[in-house]
Structure formats: C-alpha cells, structure tokens
Design a binder for this molecule. Structure first.
Ligand code: HEC
Ligand code: HEC
Length: 260
C-alpha cells in the first residue's frame, strides 16, 4: 500500500463516519421531535402576523421577544398548544396581574389565535396544537376513561368534573365548558397548578379515553335526582343537615304541641 492510498482510506473512513453521524442525528430528530415539525404547519405570513399581535397585546407582560418579565413568564418553548389553550379559553390576554387567569370570552378570533400560536411555536420547540385525529374518540374506551379520570383528574376537578378549590385562593375550574381540544391541550401543557400529562405518563389513547369520559360527564343527565352541584359529601351533608334535620325538628315540635 502506498502512503496516498492509506491517506485516501483514512479520508473515506472519516466521510463514512461523518455520514453515519449525520444520518443518526437526523433520524433521531425526526423520531423524537414531532413538536418541531409543527412549526412547518404555519406560514411565514402567519408567524409575522402573530409577532405583530403579540407585540401589541402580550409583550407588556411577556416581553417584546416573549422572553418574560416580572409580569409574566417566558413563553419560549411553551409551544402552540399552550397559546391556543390560553387564548382560546380567554385566559390570555390577562386583564391585570391576578392570582389566576379566569376563563372568559376570547378576545382574538381563530385566525389571530393561530397566528399567535405560530409565532410562539417559531421561538422554540413545544407541544403542537392537537390535530382532529388526536381528538377522535370513536375507538376510545369510555370505562377506561372513567378510571383514568378518577385517578388523575378528580382530586382537583371533582369526580363529576365540576371543579374545586385548591390552596392559596386558587381553584381547579369546572370542566363543563371545555372543548375536547382544550382538554387535550390542558393535559399537554399543564396550565398553572395543573401537572403536565405528557405522552409517557398518559399516552394519546388514554388521553382520548379521558376526553370521551369528560364528554359523557358534560352531557349526562342526573338519574339520581337533584345533582346538588355534584359537589359531593359537603353539599349532600348540608342538604341533609338543613332539610332532613329541619323536618325532624318540625315533627318533634308538632308532637310536643299535640301532647300539651
Ligand atoms: C397582564 C399581563 C399579561 C398579559 C397582557 C398576557 N399575559 Fe400571558 N400570562 C401572564 C401570567 C401572569 C401568566 C402565568 C400565570 C397563569 O397562567 O395564570 C401567563 C401565562 C401565559 C401562558 C402559559 C405559559 C405556560 O407556561 O403554559 C401563555 C401561553 C400566555 N400567557 C400567552 C399570552 C398571550 C399569547 C398573550 C397575548 C394575547 C398574553 N399571554 C398576555 C400574564 C399576561
Ligand atoms: C393538581 C390539580 C389538577 C389536576 C390533578 C388536574 N388539573 Fe386540570 N386544571 C387545574 C387548574 C389549577 C386549572 C386552571 C389553570 C388556569 O386557570 O390557568 C386546570 C384547568 C383545566 C382545564 C381547563 C378548563 C377550562 O374550562 O378552561 C381542563 C380541560 C383540565 N384542567 C383538564 C384536566 C384533566 C383532563 C386532568 C386529568 C388528566 C386534570 N385537568 C388534572 C388543576 C388540576
């Protein structure tokens, strides 16, 4: 072997090694980041429009480049799903700094929300807005959804999804007004005190089972009679205490009056 062919062999080896690394890297990125692919769903025009809307309506609290300020957290990497959730439920733009942003009538229309989501998604990878396929509950298991709901959600949102108080004046809202997309996004992004349920803790099929169950809660009539707000033992207890004991007292007084 001459010295040039040795050098050429070494060079080929290096090229093969580099090619191998590049292929592994690209393959790995393609497998792991479905979220990054979501940026490609948006056009540059949408991103530009979103940036403009953001600077007018959100930057006072979140910073001109969404880097965060003392009034609001950084939005880099929160993803399109978080923006869609927050703005479509009317939580954002927040009217003034408060303990918790309440659900209200949204300020922006669907196109504007998509533009805002596009802009934030362009700043860093994060969960994408769930697709119609993600939300298709035709094959979802309702009974499994009930079990998953009771183990993962009921401790905050109440077993009937009517919401409940948390510590420090915060609350888990009622789920009666949430759309399937908002439910899925809430699980993906964990707003405020809610934990994130990523696809490892709660795979998409289980999320869909939960959507189906909440939908059942939203539409179910109350076969047991008066639901009393479905708040559980407290309201039921108060009801029995006032109405039940009241009736017993009335009877006692009536009997007492008769005896005299
Ligand atoms: C008055 C200040 C204020 C304004 C204006 C405001 N935000 Fe917020 N935003 C907050 C605060 C504070 C939080 C965190 C507390 C919370 O979630 O309740 C937050 C949270 C968020 C989150 C959740 C971040 C996460 O980690 O999941 C998103 C997304 C968001 N804002 C987007 C927006 C967008 C988009 C706008 C403009 C349309 C906007 N905000 C306007 C104060 C504001
Ligand atoms: C530790 C308590 C906690 C748990 C557990 C929890 N959440 Fe939440 N959830 C919250 C809080 C707090 C909010 C309100 C966040 C805000 O106001 O920014 C919320 C908001 C929501 C909303 C938005 C409702 C609306 O109408 O805007 C949905 C939907 C939701 N949660 C679904 C779920 C589901 C499904 C689960 C179970 C997989 C779950 N949550 C588990 C605390 C919790």
């Amino acid at each position: 072997m001459t010295s040039t062919s040795v050098r050429r062999n070494k060079a080929t080896g290096l090229v093969v090694l580099l090619a191998g690394l590049v292929i592994t890297g690209v393959g790995y990125a393609a497998v792991t980041s479905t979220a990054e692919a979501s940026v490609a769903m948006y056009s540059q025009t949408q991103i530009d429009q979103g940036k403009q809307l953001f600077q007018q309506g959100c930057a006072t609290c979140h910073g001109l480049a969404a880097q965060g300020s003392s009034e609001g957290p950084s939005l880099i990497g929160v993803g399109a799903a978080a923006v869609n959730f927050q703005v479509a439920t009317g939580r954002m733009p927040m009217a003034q700094p408060a303990n918790q942003a309440p659900r209200k009538v949204p300020v922006y229309n669907d196109d504007q929300i998509a533009a805002l989501a596009a802009y934030v998604a362009s700043l860093g990878p994060g969960p994408a807005v769930p697709s119609d396929e993600d939300l298709n509950t035709t094959d979802a298991n309702l009974a499994e959804g009930g079990v998953l709901f009771r183990t993962n959600c009921a401790q905050c949102h109440n077993f009937a999804g009517h919401g409940g108080a948390l510590s420090n004046g915060k609350y888990a809202p009622s789920l009666m007004n949430a759309t399937p997309r908002q439910m899925y996004e809430a699980m993906l992004t964990g707003p405020q005190n809610m934990p994130v349920f990523n696809d490892k803790t709660l795979p998409p099929a289980e999320k869909r089972a939960i959507l189906k169950y909440i939908n059942e809660l939203q539409t179910a009539p109350s076969p047991g009679g008066l639901a009393l707000g479905s708040l559980g033992p407290v309201t039921e207890g108060i009801f029995i205490w006032t109405a039940g004991l009241g009736a017993l007292l009335a009877v006692a007084v009536w009997i007492g009056a008769k005896v005299r």
